[in-house]
Design a protein around this ligand. Structure first.
Ligand code: CUA
Length: 326
């Protein structure tokens, strides 16, 4: 039975994915250009519709007119033709210059000074994040320090995806065999949401993006915590779960530092420190973790994680083990 996902985890944001509500300089450049285009288009619309209404009213047949023959015939007007050639040309030139300036701001070829390098790898249907300078590997939730430029190096493991968190940056296609990079930064602390923006298969709509911008000190603390190898399982049940994890095919697909090194699925080293599971499909707690492991297809139909048909005891042990991975 398919359970529809909970409403998007917006954390109370009013416009969680609006490009007109930018939270950083790269997104602001795009938003400013968008407002300029909207403003110019509205001005053109008002002028054209105004002229149309004026022509309809001023050119109508009046009650006291007995309209003998045809109205006045006009054959061209140099003034009008010059006006409707020169004004649009100026508008197009202005838009072209603004566009070039925005592209120059947004599309750097080198990382900006002091940038934090992060690699994002698109998978069917989740996101892998690697912080090459600290060796941290995580999935689906990108943690960034507020105010510091992020240099996001983009690759795909399979098909074309697209990384798009509208409040932070423009859309960036994630193309297999064609690595690219771009920058953004956040001026605000908080959660920023997005969605894979290129159709990539069954669970394209279940490939959500989540960026958490935190203070520099909170970010450093997070990196320290993520670098650590998880402590040995504490409870008896978690110790059994550790054995279940190693004995079953979990360890072929998932990495847990010190336990396994599978690369096909998300790294689970600090799974319990995440807020969501299934690439943002549902909030992570012990109950959803249990539901996810018992049959991932219930929460995310079509995803590549199979149901392992665990018996209830194995399932409880595995959940207990994974839930200790903070
Ligand atoms: Cu990945 Cu759509």
């Amino acid at each position: 039975m398919w359970i529809p996902p909970t409403p998007p985890l917006c954390d109370g944001a009013t416009f969680p994915t609006s490009i007109l509500s930018p939270a950083g300089p790269a997104a602001s450049s795009l938003s400013d250009a968008t407002w300029l285009v909207i403003g110019l288009c509205c001005a053109i619309g008002i002028v054209v519709e105004g002229l149309l209404v004026w022509a309809i009213i001023s050119g109508r047949k009046r009650a006291n007119q007995n309209a003998p023959g045809e109205p006045v015939q006009v054959f061209g007007s140099n003034k009008v033709e010059l006006a409707w050639t020169i004004i649009p040309t100026i508008i197009v030139i202005v838009l072209a210059l603004v566009t070039v300036r925005v592209i120059r701001d947004v599309d750097l070829t080198e990382p900006p000074p002091g940038a934090l390098r992060v690699q994002v790898i698109g998978h069917q249907w989740w996101w892998e994040y690697r912080y090459p300078d600290s060796g941290v590997v995580t999935a689906n939730e990108l943690m960034i320090p507020v105010g510091r430029p992020i240099w996001l190096e983009v690759e795909s493991a399979d098909v074309i995806h697209s990384w798009w968190v509208p409040r932070l940056a423009g859309k960036r296609d994630v193309i297999p065999g064609y690595p690219t990079a771009f920058w953004f930064s956040s001026d605000e602390q908080g959660t920023f949401l997005g969605q894979c923006a290129e159709y990539c298969g069954t669970m394209h709509a279940g490939m959500l993006l989540r960026v958490e911008a935190v203070s520099a000190s909170a970010f450093d603390a997070w990196i320290g915590q993520q670098q650590a190898t998880p402590a040995a399982p504490q409870s008896q049940l978690a110790q059994e779960g550790h054995l279940v994890f190693q004995a079953l095919s979990c360890s072929n697909c998932h990495s847990i530092k010190g336990t396994s090194d599978g690369l096909f699925g998300p790294d689970l080293t600090h799974l319990a420190s995440r807020k969501t599971i299934g690439s943002g499909i549902v909030q992570l707690d012990e109950a959803t973790l249990r539901l996810w492991i018992s049959d991932p297809q219930v929460l995310k139909p079509g995803c590549n994680m199979p149901s392992l048909n665990l018996d209830p005891k194995q399932l409880s042990a595995l959940v207990a083990y994974l839930w200790e991975l903070h």
